[in-house]
Design a protein around this ligand. Structure first.
Ligand code: 3H9
Length: 701
């Protein structure tokens, strides 16, 4: 037997132990090892079998790195069949996270026991897949179809206690040592003469399903998970679980799993899975770079951003001091935090006592002396470089030696901020995205002098508070906002060229964006962009540039907050409606500028809006601002709601082909001029070599 899977007999129980770090994924050697062990156990003295995993977790799923490669025997279904058909009861002993194929292994066993801290789940949908080894057939037989639908289409893991209540887990093991606890449980089952409980023997009565249930589910999912084709196929599998015998249901599930496995959506989502983990690694920092302890945090500024950041730490039980300029502003900040938590409680996502506990983690002050002992300060005041410099001068004077001083700036020069301190090595950017307690992305901005342990600490604490971290060097807007500039510009230019706001937004929403750029500007406030443009000296004075955004603000149409912007908003429901007045206004502005309006295709809208992102990203890579193309994808998927099923702008560009992106940009350059469409040399080079960003990354890793 391989070292990866061991088999031993403890008293009268055969114990199969899997040891395939880091997460015991079901690589070929694991599948083969389990199959062999089950076969051996059929002829030995054991009276029951326990399937147990060493290390931090039970099997966390199929080995995703094997997807797309030629399949190797034995396949997972064969292993599951052997477990299910064992003549002796098999008990899965779960700790950590039993996920995907790992949980499907457990479901093929006759019993499942788990430690209280364990979680079980079928997260395949997050990889653009569906559970391909019986999950869609066995879970509904235990939980009922509705609960199974919720579990499989969300992909979210379920804690052991809930799984127990749902019937997915038979026993919670209280022993500190799971292995011996599971062996004891197995012995109890043997003594009681427990039967071979096979989930396949349960049938679901089709009459128990309300008419229209599956159609309604499909409609809801199409809205919630735009562009994610796996959702619809999961519904089909559940229908099969209700209407077909088990083996036919399994066959249907397998067919649909295979279709998804070769889909571009799943390739994109698997790309993002690995990209997210890769982004957390800093190329020139060894994995064992020391980190500083973060036990107390200060947030400077109690606005929406500061309040959201404070919540991220409070949620993890890390005490936070919020510092504001005066008592009134401080109270406002603390009130924002309470309001946000109250909304979460009302949605049923947080028990009230936990809300009070979390709010209790956040104290307030107006005195810098009160933050002298914190380990990390995050400044989150408004975007004014002089103000930020003033704050960092004060922080330098008051904070203890070794404290990390971070700015949450979205645009400003982190090096200029660091330079006002006597400890630029302790300074970096930690750029959260609004609302900070919700958005997953954290751009960690490395200053010219930022120390290695400061960076490593920021990455670690970012992960601890549930963020996906990506590293950026210093430039105006860092990775994300720097790229965004061309996207917003073209969305507005398209209006002058003949599009309506609804046409631009709905095209990009059909592409998969959660919200189109013009509706998004209305949400953020058109005055925000207007003010930001006024403070920039480097923008061209071309009257076409950001024309409609400027005109609307000057008319008092600031977006949702004034009830109108690019759209009109229903005061009661906030629903957006096209506004003929805006459409006439756009036409009038185009006339004034001598622009002949024309019909514009969806294809052009997509290219005009997204290709500037791709071109700017190529510059960002060449300049070394981002470490890798996949980091840029992570920034866009987690910070800007770029559709995960497209894999981020760089993966998307590789899929369409860089030559085709390049040719289109050349066409736009010839039509609109080099000021707006200046080709990135890296994009040109890769296009001419018929290469991809992924290939470039592999050569430059
Ligand atoms: C499936 O099961 C299909 C079946 O239905 C049907 C089959 C027929 N494979 O996340 P971490 C690596 S689909 C290969 O940082 P954590 C990961 O890349 C699968 N590698 O740790 C990283 O590598 P590195 C369904 C994997 O503690 C390292 O392990 N299952 C896999 O924060 C540590 O990962 C899932 O989707 C894998 N399955 O979180 C579960 N999983 O160190 C996916 C991880 O080189 N996994 N790696 O960067 C997870 O959600 C998290 O990894 C987990 C641990 C919660 C388990």
């Amino acid at each position: 037997m391989s070292n990866v899977v061991n088999y031993e007999i403890l008293e009268n129980i055969g114990v199969i132990s899997v040891n395939n770090p880091p997460v015991n994924a079901l690589a070929q050697v694991v599948r083969e090892g389990i199959l062999n062990a089950v076969n051996v156990a059929q002829g030995d003295a054991s009276q029951a079998l326990v399937l147990y995993c060493e290390g931090r977790t039970f099997i966390a799923g199929a080995d995703i790195t094997e997807f797309g490669k030629p399949p190797k025997e034995p396949g997972l279904p064969e292993v599951l069949l052997a477990l299910e058909n064992s003549s002796k009861p098999v008990i899965a002993a779960i700790h950590g996270t039993a996920l995907g194929g790992g949980f499907e292994v457990a479901l093929a066993c006759h019993y499942r026991c788990a430690v209280a801290a364990a979680k079980v789940g079928l997260p395949e949908v997050k990889l653009g897949l569906l559970p391909g080894a019986g999950g869609t057939q066995r879970v509904p037989r235990l939980t009922g179809v509705e609960a199974a639908l919720a579990m499989i289409t969300s992909g979210n893991p379920v804690p052991a206690s809930k799984a127990h209540a749902m019937g997915l887990v038979d026993e919670i093991i209280a022993d500190a040592d799971l292995k011996s606890g599971a062996v004891n449980y197995a012995q109890e089952l043997v003594v009681s003469g427990a039967s071979l409980k096979r989930i396949r023997d349960i049938t679901i009565d089709p009459a128990s399903i309300e008419p229209g249930f599956f159609d309604n589910a499909r409609k809801k999912l199409a809205l919630r998970a735009r562009g994610q084709i796996a959702q619809d196929k999961i519904v089909s599998c559940l229908e099969a679980a209700v209407n077909l015998p088990m083996d036919e249901g399994l066959k249907r599930e397998r067919e649909l799993f295979r279709e998804l496995l070769v889909s571009p959506e799943s390739a994109a989502m698997r790309h993002i899975f690995f990209a997210e983990r890769q982004a957390a690694k800093i190329k020139d920092l060894p994995r064992d770079t020391p980190v500083r302890d973060i036990e107390k945090v200060a947030i400077i500024g109690g606005g929406t951003m500061g309040g959201g950041i404070a919540m991220c730490f409070a949620n993890m039980g890390i005490p936070v001091v919020m510092l504001e300029i005066n008592d009134e502003a401080l109270q406002r900040g603390l009130d924002i935090v309470r309001k946000n938590y109250t909304i979460t409680v009302k949605k049923g996502k947080l028990p009230e006592d936990q809300m009070e506990q979390r709010i209790g983690m956040i104290t307030g002050t107006t005195d810098y002396a009160d933050i002298a002992d914190v380990d990390l300060v995050i400044e989150a005041v408004f975007e004014n470089l002089e103000l930020k410099k003033e704050i960092f001068t004060r922080l330098d004077a008051v904070c203890k030696s070794g404290a990390i001083l971070a700015t949450n700036t979205s645009y400003q020069d982190v090096d200029a901020i660091a330079a006002v301190t006597d400890r630029p090595e302790d300074v970096l950017g930690m750029h959260f995205f609004s609302p900070a307690n919700v958005m997953k992305l954290l751009e960690v901005v490395r200053g010219a002098k930022t120390a290695d342990d400061v960076l490593a600490t920021a990455m670690k604490i970012g992960k601890a508070i549930g963020k996906v971290c990506a590293l950026s060097r210093v430039c105006y807007g860092f990775i994300g906002n720097r790229m965004l500039s061309g996207y917003g510009r073209e969305a507005q230019m398209l209006l002058l060229d003949g599009c309506t706001p609804a046409q631009v937004d709905s095209t990009l929403e059909n592409f998969g964006m959660a919200m189109g750029p013009l509706a998004m500007s209305d949400l953020a406030g058109l005055d925000v962009g207007y003010k930001a443009r006024q403070s920039r000296g480097d923008l061209s004075d071309d009257p076409k540039l950001f024309r409609m955004g400027t005109v609307l603000v000057e008319m008092g149409r600031h977006g949702q907050k004034t009830g109108s912007g690019y759209y009109q908003y229903d005061p009661a429901t906030r629903a957006r409606n096209s506004d003929p007045e805006v459409e006439a206004l756009i036409k009038a502005e185009a006339d004034k500028l001598g622009i002949e309006q024309r019909d514009i295709s969806a294809e052009e809208i997509i290219a005009r809006c997204f290709y500037p992102l791709i071109n700017e990203a190529a510059l960002i890579l060449e300049e070394g601002i981002a470490q890798r193309p996949s980091d840029i994808d992570v920034v866009y998927v987690f910070g800007y709601a770029f559709p995960v099923a497209r894999g981020g702008p760089m993966h998307y560009a590789d899929q369409i082909g860089l030559k085709s992106v390049y040719d289109k940009i050349c066409e736009f350059r010839d039509r609109y001029g080099e000021d707006y469409w200046k080709l990135a040399p890296l994009l040109q080079k890769l296009a001419e070599e018929d290469s991809t960003f992924a290939q470039w990354a592999a050569e430059n890793s």
